[in-house]
Design a protein around this ligand. Sequence first.
Ligand SMILES: NC(=O)c1ccc[n+]([C@@H]2O[C@H](COP(=O)([O-])OP(=O)(O)OC[C@H]3O[C@@H](n4cnc5c(N)ncnc54)[C@H](OP(=O)(O)O)[C@@H]3O)[C@@H](O)[C@H]2O)c1
Length: 321
Amino acid sequence: MNNKALQGQTLLLLGASGGIGSALAKKVTAQGAELIIAGRNLRSLQQLAIQLPTKTQCIEADLSEQSGRELLMLALPNQIDGVIFAAGTNDFTLFEQQDPRSIRQLFEVNTLLPMLLTRDLLTRLKAKARLIYVGSTLGAIGYPGYAAYGATKAALKHFVQALRREMADSCLQFCYIAPRSTQTSMNSQAAQELNRVLGSKTDQPDWVAAQILQQLMAKRMHDQNLGMPERLFVRLNAWFPKILDLALHKQLSVIKQYLRRTPAEPHSGVPNSSEHPAITPKPNTHTPNIQTPNTQTANAMASTSLEAITINALGVKGVCK
Ligand SMILES: NC(=O)c1ccc[n+]([C@@H]2O[C@H](COP(=O)([O-])OP(=O)(O)OC[C@H]3O[C@@H](n4cnc5c(N)ncnc54)[C@H](OP(=O)(O)O)[C@@H]3O)[C@@H](O)[C@H]2O)c1
């Protein structure tokens, strides 16, 4: 009897060994889907696979490399029902100190990997296949310390939107989901401390995975920014970026303290597994706000209206024109 929502489907899940990916692997297989999972560490993929209730194929491949993507394509069946792009990397650092190789690597993994693989996979997708791309709130809101990471996610978001429109005459569905800060190993100790100092909200990977599963099972998928008030901040930033410029300026000295604490890896060529900040409201309010550790400033910003935030933000002193 076929009583599970994803029974009979074969899905390709990238980033399955990660915090969000492994939580998602458990959820989609509980719904009956069979998985193909790929990553650079076969052992961690196999450790996950033995916990899953359905057939899972593990492929060891560095997907930022052309050779790795070719290996994956060779191992894939002719027709798959969907792809979830949840692989990613991060590098929380001052841009002036960022290793150029780290910038390249961020684009390789977060942007080029999903773009190039999507192109290769188009001929392997069933007519009604679904493609889900995991982005980030930071793809919509530029945040200090994440100039390169945010740019990779902004590019990904744009790619998904354009491709969806280009392929609107097909039955394929495309969706970009942007989590806020999530409790995975992508976030270092320093990032977690910064979140604590800023009183920022973070999500559990299991909750993020549940939102992705919901999209996968919905009749029509749609792009989604996860978490309030981040969803509101994304709109605020699109309409009134100056407000966020000024509000983030108030937080800058604190953020920089944590940026400077991040141990530099100048010659590794591989980005640090690193921080993902949360942009949060005042505790116990739903006020769209960018929090500050300074109590006085925080109180000044604890208003419940958009106009008051605007006034607060515009009231900041010492902003370079
Ligand atoms: N954690 C957050 O705060 C947060 C917030 C918003 C968005 N996101 C996004 O959510 C997605 C998942 O993040 P996460 O927190 O689950 O990260 P994570 O725990 O660090 O996992 C990252 C995953 O990406 C895979 N990966 C990285 N480079 C790869 C490569 N070259 N080839 C193949 N696989 C590669 C890793 O596999 P191997 O290392 O085994 O290869 C791992 O499975 C990412 O796109 C991230 O940007 C995360």
